[in-house]
Design a protein around this ligand. Structure first.
Ligand code: FDA
Length: 389
């Protein structure tokens, strides 16, 4: 069969692209349903964008690359689409927008937009072979045990990154990009819990606290959660994107509290009280118990010298930890790195070397913060390519 455009991957970016492209578009996916990551995202409510979307909240080797697409199709444009489809939404925190009801409303919306544009969606379809004769792409694809040969003027790589292989994530976009001479930047799991080989936090698993976590100079003020295997919670997921194996992270356990003042006051008013009891007024009790050996917190608050108070305060506000690893692609929300943006046109997402080849979404070396930024990149890059093809 002959089509104008063949899109590989019916996830967030691929569907958005198909919804913008002309009617002669075939979008294929090996999964049973399109947009599976949308369905499970945001605890089933899909954090579909962020009001504070800004290029500074994205990582990639070229920090300017994503500016064009994000400014041509913004969070307001996507919100407008959501509103037109009468999907009720709310802001949870930090500009994060979620569906009031369920994430599948976003999938249904994209399916409706694709149908209106005339795109054909083939599910449970795999790519078997791909070639290019300089003007057209020829793909051998398999659907329900039958082979089809598809000739397309443009080919869009939208198969995402490597995170959650159980959900069907593959490195297909990377392999094809490489086949056509594009280079890849180093990939690693991001927005992922960090682990310690000694499981030192197992006893306080489930405890959480508002903190400022910092890795390699980038800090996030959000919640931290102790887990059996290490650290999680939004603060840690965020810094994981800036962390590499061997690096320390720093945690300020009392960002909104003048601990030295609290201890000095308690020294005068409740001198006979244990240091741990005093600390448990501002930190979770189980966390204080855990820290009491490491920080030698035994004794009464009345016996603390100014020097010792400064020492305790510094330790709690600059708690330095060196995770041994991360939970990996098994649970990572995204893949950091990907197809290098060096040879991609930022306005259209088309290869500068292979006319007609487009790369969008998570497969490309653009990674957003936690909070709806990654979907916004999928929408913006999908629209950029969809309008161009
Ligand atoms: P995406 O992964 O969505 O789609 C790729 C598609 O390609 C899939 O349908 C897959 O089946 C298909 N595919 C892969 N290999 C193939 C092959 N070999 N052949 C055929 N098809 C193939 N982001 C956000 O902004 N807000 C949020 O709330 C969340 N929440 C969230 C939760 C969880 C658990 C995860 C794992 C991720 C998130 N994310 C998120 C991240 C977000 O899901 C992600 O950034 C986008 O889905 C990326 O969109 P893409 O279209 O690029 O890839």
């Amino acid at each position: 069969m002959q089509v104008d455009s063949l899109i590989l991957g019916a996830g967030a970016a691929g569907m958005m692209c198909a919804a913008q492209a002309g009617p002669s578009t075939l979008i294929i996916d090996h999964a049973k349903a399109p947009g599976e990551k949308i369905r499970i995202s945001g605890g089933g409510r899909c954090n579909f964008t962020n009001l504070h979307t800004d290029p500074a909240r994205f990582l990639g080797q070229n920090v300017h690359f994503h500016k064009s697409a994000l400014s041509r199709y913004t969070q307001w444009d996507f919100l407008d689409l959501v509103t037109r489809h009468k999907i009720a939404w709310h802001e949870k925190t930090l500009g994060q927008l979620f569906c009031d009801d369920k994430a599948t409303q976003i999938v249904d919306m994209l399916r409706a937009e694709m149908a209106q544009a005339g795109a054909q969606l083939w599910l449970q379809t795999s790519l078997v072979d791909l070639s290019h004769d300089g003007t057209r792409f020829t793909a051998q694809i398999e659907r329900e045990g039958k082979r089809h040969s598809v000739s397309a003027r443009t080919l869009v790589l939208a198969t995402g990154g490597k995170s959650i292989p159980k959900m069907g994530a593959t490195g297909l976009a990377y392999d094809i990009a490489r086949q056509f001479g594009h280079s890849l930047t180093e990939t690693r799991p991001a927005l992922v819990p960090l682990t310690f080989s000694d499981q030192r936090f197992a006893a306080i698993s489930g405890v959480s606290a508002p903190v400022v976590a910092t890795a390699n100079g980038t800090a996030f003020e959000e919640a931290l959660l102790f887990t059996h295997r290490g650290l999680s919670g939004p603060a840690v997921l965020q810094v994981s994107s800036y962390w590499a194996e061997g690096d320390p992270i720093t945690v300020d356990l009392l960002p909104a509290h003048d601990l030295a003042e609290t201890l000095k006051t308690a020294r005068q008013t409740h001198g006979k009280r244990n240091v741990t009891t005093t600390l448990a007024e501002v930190l979770p009790e189980r966390l204080v118990d855990h820290l009491s050996t490491e920080l030698s917190l035994a004794g009464n608050v009345g016996d603390l010298s100014d020097k010792r108070i400064d020492e305790i305060t510094t330790r709690l506000r600059h708690w330095t930890l060196t995770p041994t690893g991360s939970e990996g692609y098994r649970t990572a929300e995204v893949t950091l790195g990907g197809i290098s943006t060096d040879r991609i046109d930022s306005k259209t997402m088309m290869s500068r070397d292979v006319p007609g080849l487009y790369m969008i979404g998570e497969a490309v070396d653009v990674t957003g913060w936690l909070g709806g930024y990654n979907f916004q990149w999928a929408w913006s890059s999908g629209v950029a390519a969809g309008r161009a093809i």
